[in-house]
Structure formats: structure tokens, C-alpha cells
Design a protein around this ligand. Structure first.
Ligand SMILES: [Zn+2]
Length: 67
């Protein structure tokens, strides 16, 4: 016999930044990061990439460099 509630994958996640296993609380929003620090690091990296992309796109479209 298996305990299905215990093996509920939905409540087990991994930190997107460091890969640490996170157990979320049932009924609450699933966590994606083990800590605020990992969340900030992850977002900082992604924001940099997005900014770089959008800057390149803007330069292509407008040829304007504002300082
Ligand atoms: Zn982490």
C-alpha cells in the first residue's frame, strides 16, 4: 500500500537558483526559491538579460542613445 498524500510532487519543488529542495505548504502558493537571497540573485540575472535585450531592440528601432 502506498500513501499517496505523502508522495504528492506538487508540494515538493526546487529552488530555481541553487536547486535546493523546497517543501511548500499545501493550499499555499508554491515556492520557487529557498530564500529571498536566491530570489534576488535569480531576478537580478534575468533582469540584466531582459534589459540588454530591450536595449538592443530599442537601439535597432530608434537609433537613439539617451544618457
Ligand atoms: Zn536557493
Amino acid at each position: 500500500m502506498e500513501d499517496k498524500d505523502y508522495t504528492n510532487d506538487d508540494l515538493i519543488g526546487k529552488c530555481l537558483k541553487c536547486g535546493m529542495v523546497i517543501a511548500s505548504i499545501k493550499g499555499k502558493k508554491k515556492k520557487r526559491f529557498c530564500s529571498d537571497r536566491c530570489r534576488w540573485d535569480w531576478w537580478n540575472n534575468h533582469i540584466k538579460e531582459e534589459k540588454l535585450k530591450s536595449r538592443l531592440e530599442t537601439n535597432k528601432q530608434n537609433h537613439i542613445v539617451s544618457k
